[in-house]
Design a protein around this ligand. Structure first.
Ligand SMILES: *[C@@H]1O[C@H](CO)[C@@H](O)[C@H](O)[C@H]1NC(C)=O
Ligand SMILES: *[C@@H]1O[C@H](CO)[C@@H](O)[C@H](O)[C@H]1NC(C)=O
Ligand SMILES: *[C@@H]1O[C@H](CO)[C@@H](O)[C@H](O)[C@H]1NC(C)=O
Ligand SMILES: *[C@@H]1O[C@H](CO)[C@@H](O)[C@H](O)[C@H]1NC(C)=O
Ligand SMILES: *[C@@H]1O[C@H](CO)[C@@H](O)[C@H](O)[C@H]1NC(C)=O
Ligand SMILES: *[C@@H]1O[C@H](CO)[C@@H](O)[C@H](O)[C@H]1NC(C)=O
Ligand SMILES: *[C@@H]1O[C@H](CO)[C@@H](O)[C@H](O)[C@H]1NC(C)=O
Ligand SMILES: *[C@@H]1O[C@H](CO)[C@@H](O)[C@H](O)[C@H]1NC(C)=O
Ligand SMILES: *[C@@H]1O[C@H](CO)[C@@H](O)[C@H](O)[C@H]1NC(C)=O
Ligand SMILES: *[C@@H]1O[C@H](CO)[C@@H](O)[C@H](O)[C@H]1NC(C)=O
Length: 630
C-alpha cells in the first residue's frame, strides 16, 4: 500500500509539475484566432491549456515543436469566410487541408505569406471569386486541389511558374477564359472539367485525356480524342526537345498507368458481365420460388446432405430444395442463395460451380473446414456433393457482409460504420484467420479473405466465411479474378494460397476499413486503381491523414489508432511474402491498437496536459495506472 501511495504521489507530481513541452506559441495564437473567428459545428479539442503539437486535432508540428507544419481539418463542418491574418500567420505550414467543409468567400490574399506551402487541399467548399493572380509566390506547391468550389475568373498563367507541381485539380468551378499554356513537366494529374473555359487546349496540356477538359466551351478543334497510350509519339518533336529526367519518368509512369488502366477497364468490362460480387446483394435481386429449379434433381443415390456435429438444423436435401430462395449474389465461384426453410430457419446456400476436385478430395476439404469451430469463424453447417451439384450450407447473417457495410448506400440514407465496429471487425477477422492457420497442423489457408466474406452475427461477433474454398476451384484466368484487389502479388493460382497471402489480403481489408475505398477502385471514379498502390502513393507524399475515410473523421481522438492500423495494414501488404508478419503477430498488433489507445485516454482533465505520444510522461502514466490497478 505504501508503494501504491508513492507511485500515486509520483504520478500526481508528474502531472502537475511536468515541464511544459515546447509549443509553438505564436502559431498557437494564430490557430486560436482562427478557431474563435470561424463557425464550425463539429467541436474541436483545441484547448488553450493543452499542447498544440500533441493533442490538438488536425495539427502537426515539426520535429522540435517550434512550428506548425500541417493543418488538416477535413469535414469539420466549418463554414463562413477564413478570417484574415489567422492561418496566414502559420508561415511554416506545408500542408493545408480544409477540404469538404462549407467555407465561402475568396481565397484569402494573405495566404501569399505561406511560402513553404506544398500541399493545398480546399476542394468541396464554397470558395468564390478569382484565383490568386500570382501563384509564383508558392514556389514549393506540389498539389493544388481547388475543385468543387465556385471560383470564377480566368486561369492565371503564373501557375506555370510552379516547377514542382504534380497535381492541379480545378474541376467543377466557374472558371472562364482561355486555358493558358501551362508548360509544367512535373504535372501528372490535371482536371479542369466542368468550368466555363473557352478557346483551345494548349499544346502543353494535350497529353492529358480529354476527360480532363469535358464540360467546358472549348472549340471542337481541340476536342481531340485523348492520346492513346500506344499511339506513336511525334518522334521528331520528341527528339528536338530535351526532356528532363522527371518529365521522362512522368511519361513512362503515365504510359504504364494508362496501359494498366486500359487493361483493367477491359477486365472490369468482362467481369461486370459476369454478375455482381458475391455477398453483396445484387441490385436486381431475383426472387426464386425455390432452389429446385436451379439445382438439378438428378441426385445420386449415395449423395446426401452431410451435416456437421453440433448443428441444430434439421432438414434434408428435399427440404432445402423446396425452400423459398432468394439470390444474394452471383460470383465466379457460383451463386449464393438465402433459403427460408419451412420451419422458419434461414440458411445460406452456396451453389459451387467449376469445382475442380474429385469427391474424395472435396469431402476431405469439407471435413477439414467443417471441423473448425471458433467464435470468429462462420461455421460450415452442411455440404452436399454429387456429380452435378456441390452445395455448402452456412448460417444466414441478416446484417449483410462487411463489404456491404463499408460500401453500401454511400451517400443516401447510410448509417456510417463507426470506428469501434471497424476495429472490432479487424480484430475478429484477424483472430478468425489466425485460428484457421493453426488448425490441421498449419495446413490450411483461408485463400479468399475479403470484405464480402466477413459477417457480423446477431451477437455482433465477427465471422469469417468461405474458408478453404479457393482450393477447390479451377484456377481462374488471372485477369478475371474477382478477388483481384485482395490477391497477394505472388499468387498466380488461388489454389496455392498461403498463410502469407492471407496476411496480404487481410492487410488490404484493413486499408479498406480505413479508407472506405474498394480494393480495386481507390480513385472513386471508374478508373481501376489498386488500393494498396493508392495508399502507398498517398502516404509517400506524407499526407497520411488524406487516406482516411471521411466517415471516420467525425470521431474525436482516434487519429493515433487510425495511424496505427494504417501501419499494420501496410506491414501486411509488403511485396515480399517473407517480410509480412504472421497472422498471430497481426492479432497481437491489432489488439494492441485499442489497448494503447485506452490507456492513453486521459481519465482526468489534469492528465490532458500529458501528451499521448511523448515517451516520458507516457511512462509515468503507465507506472501510475498499473500500480493503482493492483
Ligand atoms: C481546457 O483544459 C482545462 C484544464 O486543462 C479545463 O479546465 C478546461 O475546462 C478546458 N477547456 C475546454 C474548453 O475544454
Ligand atoms: C520553410 O522550410 C524550410 C525547410 O524545411 C525551412 O528551413 C524554412 O525555415 C521554412 N520557412 C519558413 C518561413 O518557415
Ligand atoms: C521549398 O523550396 C526551397 C527552395 O527550393 C527549399 O529550400 C525548401 O526546403 C523548400 N521547403 C520545403 C518545406 O520543402
Ligand atoms: C465572379 O463572381 C462574382 C460574384 O460572386 C462577380 O461579382 C464577378 O464579376 C465574377 N467575375 C467574373 C470574372 O465572372
Ligand atoms: C514567373 O515568375 C517570375 C518572377 O519570379 C515572373 O517574372 C514571371 O512573370 C512569372 N511568370 C508568369 C507566367 O507569371
Ligand atoms: C464534379 O461534379 C460532378 C457532379 O457533382 C461529380 O460527379 C464529379 O465527380 C465532380 N468532378 C470532380 C473532379 O470532382
Ligand atoms: C458561362 O459563360 C456564359 C457566357 O460566356 C454565361 O452565360 C454562363 O452563365 C457561364 N456559366 C457559368 C456556370 O459560369
Ligand atoms: C475529370 O473530372 C470529370 C468529372 O468532373 C471526370 O469525368 C473525368 O474522368 C476526370 N478526368 C480526369 C483525367 O481525371
Ligand atoms: C461558347 O463560346 C462561344 C464563343 O466562344 C459563345 O458564343 C457561346 O455563347 C458559348 N456557349 C456557352 C454555352 O457558354
Ligand atoms: C509532329 O511533328 C511535325 C514536325 O515533324 C509537326 O509539323 C506536327 O505539327 C507535329 N504534330 C503534333 C501533333 O505535334
Amino acid at each position: 500500500m505504501n508503494l501504491l501511495f508513492v507511485f500515486s504521489a509520483i504520478f500526481l507530481l508528474g502531472t502537475v509539475f511536468l515541464p511544459t513541452i515546447a509549443d509553438p506559441v505564436e502559431d498557437k495564437k494564430a490557430l486560436l484566432d482562427f478557431l474563435h473567428n470561424i463557425h464550425h459545428s463539429r467541436s474541436l479539442n483545441w484547448n488553450e491549456s493543452s499542447s498544440v503539437c500533441n493533442t490538438w486535432t488536425g495539427v502537426t508540428c515539426n520535429e522540435d515543436h517550434s512550428r506548425v507544419t500541417a493543418l488538416r481539418l477535413p469535414a469539420m463542418a466549418i463554414h463562413g469566410r477564413i478570417p484574415p491574418d489567422t492561418i496566414s500567420r502559420l508561415s511554416a505550414i506545408q500542408t493545408l487541408s480544409l477540404r469538404s467543409n462549407s467555407i465561402s468567400g475568396s481565397l484569402p490574399s494573405d495566404f501569399s505569406k505561406l511560402q513553404n506551402l506544398t500541399y493545398l487541399y480546399l476542394q468541396f467548399n464554397r470558395f468564390s471569386g478569382p484565383l490568386p493572380s500570382d501563384f509564383s509566390v508558392w514556389k514549393n506547391l506540389t498539389v493544388i486541389d481547388l475543385s468543387n468550389n465556385v471560383f470564377n475568373g480566368s486561369l492565371p498563367s503564373s501557375i506555370s511558374n510552379l516547377t514542382h507541381l504534380t497535381t492541379l485539380m480545378l474541376a467543377n468551378n466557374s472558371l472562364s477564359g482561355d486555358i493558358p499554356d501551362l508548360n509544367i513537366p512535373s504535372l501528372q494529374q490535371l482536371n479542369l472539367s466542368n468550368n466555363n473555359l473557352t478557346g483551345s487546349v494548349p499544346h502543353s496540356l494535350q497529353r492529358f485525356p480529354s476527360s480532363a477538359f469535358v464540360g467546358n466551351n472549348l472549340t471542337s478543334e481541340n476536342a481531340l480524342p485523348p492520346a492513346l497510350p500506344d499511339q506513336p509519339p511525334n518522334s521528331s518533336r520528341r527528339k528536338t526537345r530535351k526532356l528532363s529526367e522527371p518529365a521522362l519518368l512522368g511519361i513512362i509512369l503515365g504510359g504504364c498507368v494508362l496501359g494498366f488502366v486500359v487493361i483493367a477497364l477491359l477486365i472490369v468490362f468482362c467481369y461486370s458481365n459476369k454478375g455482381s460480387k458475391d455477398g453483396i446483394p445484387a441490385k436486381s435481386q431475383k426472387k426464386e420460388k425455390s432452389l429446385k429449379k436451379g439445382v438439378s434433381e438428378s441426385q445420386d443415390k449415395n449423395s446426401r446432405l452431410v451435416f456437421f456435429e453440433g448443428c441444430s438444423l434439421a432438414f434434408d436435401l428435399e427440404d432445402l430444395l423446396r425452400a423459398s430462395a432468394e439470390v444474394l449474389g452471383k460470383g465466379t465461384f457460383g451463386t449464393t442463395y438465402r433459403a427460408a426453410l419451412e420451419d422458419a430457419t434461414t440458411v445460406v446456400v452456396k451453389r459451387l460451380k467449376e469445382v475442380n476436385v474429385g469427391k474424395r478430395e472435396f469431402e476431405q476439404q469439407m471435413e477439414m473446414v467443417g471441423s473448425i469451430r471458433h467464435e470468429n469463424v462462420a461455421p460450415l453447417r452442411a455440404y452436399y456433393y454429387s456429380k452435378d451439384e456441390k452445395l455448402m450450407v452456412y448460417d444466414y447473417y441478416d446484417q449483410g457482409s462487411v463489404s456491404a457495410m463499408i460500401h453500401g448506400r454511400r451517400g443516401e440514407g447510410r448509417t456510417a460504420l463507426d470506428w469501434d465496429t471497424r476495429l472490432r471487425i479487424a480484430i475478429g477477422t484477424a483472430k478468425g484467420i489466425a485460428h484457421v492457420h493453426t488448425q490441421n497442423g498449419g495446413k490450411l489457408a483461408h485463400g479468399d479473405v475479403r470484405a464480402s466474406n466477413i459477417f457480423l452475427n446477431s451477437q455482433g461477433n465477427v465471422c469469417v466465411s468461405d474458408i478453404g474454398l479457393a482450393t477447390l476451384m479451377s484456377p481462374m484466368p488471372p485477369p478475371v479474378m474477382r478477388a483481384a484487389g485482395y490477391r497477394a502479388p505472388e499468387i498466380t493460382d488461388t489454389r496455392k494460397s498461403t498463410h502469407a497471402s492471407d496476411v496480404y489480403s487481410f492487410g488490404v481489408l484493413l486499408l479498406e476499413l480505413l479508407t472506405g475505398k474498394s480494393p480495386t477502385n481507390a480513385a472513386g471514379s471508374d478508373e481501376v486503381v489498386h488500393l494498396v498502390r493508392w495508399v502507398n502513393s498517398v502516404v509517400r507524399e506524407e499526407w497520411t491523414a488524406e487516406v482516411f475515410d471521411l466517415e471516420l473523421l467525425r470521431y474525436p481522438n482516434i487519429e493515433e489508432e487510425l495511424v496505427e492500423m494504417l501501419q499494420i495494414g501496410m506491414a501486411c501488404v509488403v511485396r515480399m511474402p517473407e517480410q509480412r508478419p504472421n497472422m498471430l503477430d497481426v492479432v497481437k498488433m491489432v489488439e494492441e491498437i485499442r489497448r494503447v489507445g485506452t490507456e492513453n485516454q486521459p481519465s482526468s482533465e489534469n492528465k490532458s496536459d500529458i501528451s499521448s505520444s511523448t515517451p516520458t510522461p507516457h511512462s509515468t502514466t503507465e507506472i501510475g495506472s498499473s500500480s493503482l490497478a493492483q
